[in-house]
Design a protein around this ligand. Structure first.
Ligand code: UT7
Length: 371
């Protein structure tokens, strides 16, 4: 029997700095009334110079590991879903891996825009189901504020920074992630994009001048697409789990726009009291929005052990997807893990490895003269 993939840990982190709609109205031609009524957003968190996708992702991961009572070196796999990685490479997942001291884990980034967390959850689940991993960390981490054109009111009011993480663990007891669907349609790639910085438009003076390094979006088209696919993906994932919509206690959707969520729930005939909406305080945190909403739903008692829950999202690509899970909570255990105590140790270990690598390079450089 293949093991089940249980969600045993969760954590979130957001920057301290909060930017309200009124703050935004001081820099672009917008106002609180417009943003609230069109999106549901009231404020968002914005990263400081010291914060990045990796620092936020790390903080969320530490909390998730604490909830799961899992030591970082017990992780086999780390997937970081992000549209705002620290670099094109190395992967943000490897930076987090190093800071955690997860020295037995494979680590990679996954880019499926705002659907990334659903995709990553599915890949981690499948790795556990086939026995390739027993313990996995799935992170959604974003600092999209760095890629937003603060002069473009169509986009800059929407996004916020933050991170969320799940620990997934193999277990014999039936439950955990029951099903997932992943979908895409690249023909809509131009509707939401960040054209610059890749191999097609590497950074040049012209690319900066043309604003290619900022997010571009056709809001109305993305809106239409999102309302259509959210309901369909939810239905597909629920069917795949051999359940009915009535069996679902809670839907935790990607937090992009309250009106999109309401339309999708109406199409699914699910009342809004069975749906988590928290974008008023965070805006759209892309891959982080679902795990952040999960943390809040656990915190306020809306998501309880035994609940059947749907996670559903959509984003650039175009991509969309959904997953159905039975919410279990941490596995039994009395072991207290304090991953913060690893911080100093892992920093020293990382430093020692760097020094060793330099020494090795020096010796090898002398032994093998360059041709
Ligand atoms: O993770 C996926 C990320 N993206 C999304 O989920 C975006 C999905 N789309 C949306 O959420 C909505 O389309 C928006 C919130 C982006 C826009 O709402 P809308 O109701 O579709 O507005 P609109 O684009 O049709 O614009 C209506 C008016 C326009 O003025 P005119 O042309 O009618 O005079 C805009 O220029 O609202 C204007 N407008 C604004 N006004 C004040 C656009 N942005 C703003 C703003 N403040 N921030």
């Amino acid at each position: 029997m293949s093991p089940y993939a249980h969600i045993t840990g969760w954590g979130m982190a957001v920057p301290k700095r909060v930017m309200t709609n009124d703050d935004l109205a001081k820099i672009v031609d917008t106002n609180d009334e417009w943003v609230r009524s069109r999106t549901g957003i009231g404020e968002r968190h914005i990263a400081s110079d010291e914060e990045s996708s990796a620092t936020l992702g790390f903080d969320a991961s530490i909390k998730a590991l604490q909830v799961a009572r899992l030591k970082p070196d017990e992780l086999d796999l780390i997937i970081v879903a992000t549209s705002s990685p620290e670099h094109i490479f190395p992967a943000t997942a490897c930076i987090i891996q190093d800071r955690l001291g997860a020295n037995k884990a494979g680590a990679f980034d996954l880019l499926a825009a705002c659907t990334g967390f659903i995709y990553a959850l599915n890949i981690a689940t499948q790795s556990i189901r086939v026995g390739a991993a027993r313990n996995a960390l799935v992170v959604g981490a974003e600092t999209l504020s760095r890629f937003v054109d603060w002069k473009d009111r169509n986009t800059c009011v929407l996004f916020g920074d933050g991170a969320g993480a799940f620990v997934l663990q193999a277990g014999e007891q039936e439950g955990g992630v029951l099903s997932s669907v992943m979908r895409s349609d690249g023909s809509g790639g131009d509707l939401l994009s960040l054209p610059g910085g890749g191999s097609k438009h590497p950074a040049t003076v012209e690319s900066v001048r043309e604003g290619l390094h900022f997010i571009r979006m056709n809001g109305r088209e993305v809106f239409r697409f999102a309302t259509r696919v959210m309901a369909q993906a939810t239905q597909d994932a629920v069917e795949k789990a051999q359940l009915k919509i009535e069996d679902i206690q809670l839907v935790i959707p990607h937090q992009a726009n309250e009106r999109i969520i309401e339309t999708a729930m109406r199409n699914l005939k699910i009342p809004m009291d069975r749906c988590v909406v928290n974008l008023e305080h965070y805006g759209n945190t892309s891959t982080a929005s679902i795990p952040i909403a999960v943390c809040e739903a656990v915190g306020d008692g809306r998501l309880k052990p035994g609940h059947r829950v749907v996670f559903v999202g959509f984003g650039a690509g175009l991509t969309w997807g959904a997953a159905v899970a039975v919410w279990n909570g941490p596995t039994d255990g009395v072991r207290e893990v304090l991953p913060y105590s690893y911080r100093l140790y892992t920093r020293l270990r990382s430093l020692a490895r760097r020094i060793l690598r330099r020494i090795e390079a020096f010796i090898w450089g002398r032994r093998y003269p360059s041709v």
